[in-house]
Design a protein. Structure first.
Length: 186
């Protein structure tokens, strides 16, 4: 506590007037204790873990107790500590709700984009194209024209791995036959 603070509050402290103004130690300690019951908006924001704007909203909502004093700490420490607990609980609940929404969104996306679950191995069109040595567009064209069986679940197309391996074997056989020159005899 600074001497200026003591002089400012000298009228409310116990003083002994003589040639000089005297202040007792007990009255200074009482003033310190009284001032410790109040805090500034910035201190409240730091304690709560929010901005001064949120402190103003908490004050408007009636969660904080304020005294009308010029240039001094004006928020009750007890009300700020209680508001800090409430605010922390609200933030934890909001974070938990956000996490639940994110998890639900991820599960919905997984359900829309996961391959069918019927005991067979399914691969996507891009992987099928790599195995066949063609583009993904060529695989989709074959599916569209009915030359390649596929299943759509949600957005992507899924192809059975056995069908891709069979088509790959047929392509390899025809490539070998064409290389040998027996294509006209088969």
């Amino acid at each position: 506590m600074t001497p200026a603070t003591v002089h400012r509050h000298a009228g409310s402290l116990q003083t002994y007037h003589g040639a000089q103004m005297w202040v007792t130690e007990v009255s200074v300690l009482r003033l310190r204790e009284e001032r410790g019951q109040w805090m500034s908006w910035q201190e409240a924001a730091d304690l709560i873990g929010c901005s001064r704007h949120v402190v103003a909203k908490l004050l408007e909502a009636g969660h904080l107790h304020q005294r009308q004093v010029n240039r001094t700490a004006s928020l009750s420490r007890a009300s700020v500590e209680a508001a800090a607990r409430v605010y922390a609980e609200q933030q934890a609940a909001a974070a938990q709700a956000r996490a639940a929404r994110q998890l639900a969104k991820e599960q919905a996306l997984l359900e829309r984009t996961a391959p069918p679950e019927n005991g067979e191995v399914w691969i996507d069109v891009t992987t099928a194209a790599l195995l066949l040595g063609v583009t993904a567009h060529a695989v989709r064209q074959r599916i569209r024209h009915g030359r390649f069986p596929a299943s759509r679940r949600g957005g992507p197309l899924w192809v059975r791995r056995a069908d891709v391996e069979q088509a790959s074997a047929v392509t390899a056989f025809h490539a070998k036959v064409d290389a040998v020159g027996l294509g006209d005899f088969i």
